[in-house]
Design a protein around this ligand. Structure first.
Ligand code: BGC
Length: 768
């Protein structure tokens, strides 16, 4: 755990330069706008430890899979979000000495992420080798009001000298991925256009042939007046820059602006990219930095109005939740059905920017609660559109009759993971995709979605489960063999309780939904069963599986067992491990991890969280008490689920401890891996930890329920939820809950077990 960043309600602050943590800071202070983003790299050249990273949603490369022993069924490639052309460079030279924070003496340094208005800021005072001193103040953002735009304000003031400064404004397409399988570079330059006003380069990705056009323009001001400067052009392979020289006077500030636009062939015809980029970059330069920033900040103001969570009395907790919400908005805006939510967003390369089950199991509730219905619906449509590919994925593995296996890792619907036993055998992801349909319909009441799109997906997934089980003569039960559950610290196990439960539930829900369709619209039902060749015998087979699927249980302790044989392990608790052993995934051999009882992330407990209402409280308690002490939470997706269960069970201190862990996972670098990027998908879990955990929010029978408590450390907390065309604000203080209907029709809610009517502009206040 690290503790070098200052606590503040609206900002993340690095005071004093910490080059030893630079990669971590670069991840945490990343910027994004749903379409593009970048790590918090410096504008100047930096020869110290850094991971340069800029990314563009949907622009990827299928890197050929690299393995020792090829197995049938292996995906051909592992998709990678591409480290994309960089527009942020402002390279400074004084008497040919580059301004490089790794080489100069950094006297003062503050790096700051302003979450309220959405920009990255840095102030430093520097002494160069020859004793010249200067200050720099930079501010940068990726615009949320125009997702193709980024801008930088960069001010320099010489402290003890006057003289010439040379500045370069590069566009750099000579970038590479750290995670390239064969150390290749993935970009080829197509064309460049350099005029006195701009530098523009179009580059193409290998294999996928995306075109990305990056155009920059700049201006320089002294005493509020723009300098008229004639740039020289510096050109290298896959790199071009304008170079200017101007005089600076001791004590006087020079302000440099750099404007950029990034356009891609996802949205423009390839042959017109340059024209569009040129017009666009001229337009934004004319608008100027302050207006661009104002428009961008206005979008943030609106986003915070809709989705802020306030916490009084606990700055660390407040900073944590705001950071999580901030990064989620930077990653996904829901405007484009083609995009999804990579586990690292625009903050790093790990997980290749691909879509995982994280979206359905963790992110969907955040968007259900904070965005218009079209946003979570878009997330479901993404999978609906990949259904045919999921059927093909299953066919490649020998499944038939329209059975679908959704990929564990995907960019375009094809499976593209790079680990066999761990990732590939996590077939539970198929269940999460079915569960998301249920979760969406339960929350929104949009049953049309179920009839129009959802059922096709459910039937295909159910067909997969029905073929994936086999009948064990020994057990006289159906079993599911050779899987990996959510707990990736066990591979290739039999009868993972969670997976089996999801399989049974999916079959049941699909049949219920089919019957619902039959009741609603007989003709439509007939058409669907006819089109999908769904026969009575298939339904009978599913019912037989539902009635006879095997679940491992421990009768003595009366708990569900994570998988067959779990009790053969030496059952010890995490508290018995000395701190030097953790995180075990960095300290232990894989062999030792696999045979230990330690659990990476919620597994049986994930099932209890999904299907809470299927089990009584005593069952929740027994299983939580058994599994929580063995859980190391080395997946970011784990603590949030435990917060929700701990809150329900009244384990308030545990819930609070795990809340801090999930919300400050990256800020405090709990798992020692933030340098790879932030854990974006688990950030939605942090939102759930407050709203579903502490706030006890549930939807039952079309009604919102709240069963809240307040952590002892807090004075109050509040959040807003969108629910069926209404916005409800909920505030919980010591001993009371307040709710107001901020927009929409009156609504009945259930607060701590009592039904209450919410009327517009009336404050509902209840003693807890
Ligand atoms: C987790 C998976 C998750 C993946 C991407 C892994 O560490 O174990 O459940 O899908 O990260 O976030």
């Amino acid at each position: 755990m690290k503790d070098y960043l200052k606590r503040d309600e609206w900002q993340i602050i690095e005071e004093g330069f910490h080059p030893e943590h630079n990669r971590i800071t670069e991840s945490i202070f990343s910027l994004g706008n749903g379409r593009m983003g970048q790590r918090a790299n410096f504008e100047e050249e930096y020869s110290g430890d850094t991971h340069l990273g800029s990314y563009i949603a949907g622009v990827y490369y299928p890197d050929k899979t690299r393995v020792g022993w090829w197995k049938n069924g292996y995906p051909e490639y592992f998709a990678k979000v591409l480290n994309a052309p960089s527009w942020i460079g402002i390279h400074i030279y004084i008497d040919d000495e580059p301004l490089d924070l790794a080489q100069c003496k950094v006297e003062k340094f503050v790096r700051l992420l302003n979450m309220k208005e959405g920009f990255l800021q840095r102030s430093c005072m520097i002494t160069m080798h020859d004793g010249r001193q200067l200050t720099i103040h930079s501010k940068r953002f990726c615009s949320l009001s125009d997702a193709e735009v980024g801008a930088i304000r960069y001010a320099i003031t010489p402290i003890n000298f006057s003289g010439d400064i040379e500045v370069m404004f590069p566009v750099d397409v000579d970038v590479k991925n750290r995670d390239a399988n064969y150390d290749e570079k993935f970009w080829e330059e197509i064309t460049r256009k350099i005029t006195p006003g701009h530098v523009i380069i179009t580059a193409e990705t290998r294999k996928t042939f995306f075109h990305v056009c990056t155009a920059i323009a700049w201006s320089v001001y002294q005493d509020g007046t723009a300098l008229t400067l004639k740039p020289e052009t510096v050109q290298r392979k896959k790199w071009a820059a304008h170079k200017i020289t101007f005089s600076v006077e001791q004590g006087k500030e020079t302000v440099i602006y750099k404007y950029a636009t990034v356009l891609s062939s996802l949205n423009y015809p390839k042959d017109q990219l340059i024209q569009f980029a040129e017009v666009k970059v001229d337009g934004i330069k004319k608008m100027g930095f302050e207006l661009l920033l104002k428009n961008h900040s206005q979008v943030w103001t609106n986003k915070w109005l809709e989705s802020d969570i306030t916490i009084e009395g606990d700055v660390a907790a407040q900073q944590g939740i705001r950071f999580n919400i901030f990064q989620l908005h930077q990653t996904y805006t829901g405007d484009d059905e083609r995009f999804n939510i990579g586990p690292k967003g625009f903050t790093g390369e790990k997980y290749g920017g691909s879509t995982y089950w994280d979206t359905e199991a963790y992110c969907l509730p955040f968007y259900l609660g904070t965005a218009e219905q079209r946003v979570p619906r878009n997330l479901l449509m993404y999978r609906y559109k990949h259904l045919q590919k999921a059927i093909e994925n299953a066919e490649k593995l020998g499944f038939k009759n329209g059975a679908a296996l959704y990929p564990m890792v995907t960019m375009n619907g094809e499976e593209c993971h790079n680990e066999w036993e761990i990732t590939f055998e996590e077939i539970h992801r198929n269940g999460a995709i079915a569960y998301a349909i249920y979760d969406y319909v339960r929350y929104t009441g949009d049953k049309d979605y179920l009839l129009e799109y959802g059922l096709d997906v459910l039937i295909a997934i159910s067909r997969f489960w029905a073929q994936r089980v086999n009948y064990s003569e020994d057990k006289k039960k159906y079993v599911i063999l050779g899987v990996t559950g959510p707990n990736e610290y066990e591979n290739n196990v039999n009868n993972n309780w969670y997976t089996n439960y999801l399989a049974k539930w999916t079959l049941t829900y699909t049949l219920e939904s089919l019957h619902y369709m039959k009741d609603q619209d007989e003709k439509r039902f007939a058409h669907l069963v006819n089109q999908l060749h769904f026969k009575k015998e298939e339904e009978q087979h599913w019912n037989d599986i539902i009635a006879n699927l095997y679940f491992p249980e421990d009768e003595k302790r009366n708990v569900f067992l994570q998988q067959d044989g779990f009790l053969d392990k030496e059952l010890i608790t995490v508290s018995q491990l000395s701190p030097g052993n953790r995180p075990i995934n960095q300290k232990w051999s894989w062999d030792r991890i696999l045979r230990s009882c330690f659990i990476k992330q919620a597994d049986v407990l994930q099932g209890l969280y999904f299907f809470e209402e299927h089990f009584d409280e005593a069952t929740h308690k027994r299983n939580f008490d058994f599994y929580e002490p063995m859980t190391v939470h080395e997946s970011s997706l784990s603590p949030c689920v435990h917060v929700i269960l701990a809150s329900k069970l009244g384990y308030r201190e545990k819930a609070y401890e795990l809340y801090l862990r999930t919300s400050r996972l990256d800020i405090d670098d709990y798992n020692n891996d933030t340098e790879d990027g932030c854990h974006i998908t688990s950030m939605a879990g942090t939102w759930m930890a407050i709203v579903k955990g502490f706030g006890g929010m549930r939807v039952k029978d079309d009604t919102l329920h709240f069963n809240p408590f307040i952590p002892a450390q807090w004075d109050s907390y509040s959040f807003k939820v969108e629910f069926r065309r209404r916005v409800i604000k909920v505030r919980i203080a010591k001993g009371k809950i307040e709710a107001t209907l901020q927009s929409g029709e009156p609504l009945t809610i259930v607060v701590a077990g009592k039904q209450k009517k919410l009327q517009p502009s009336e404050l509902l206040s209840e003693v807890l």
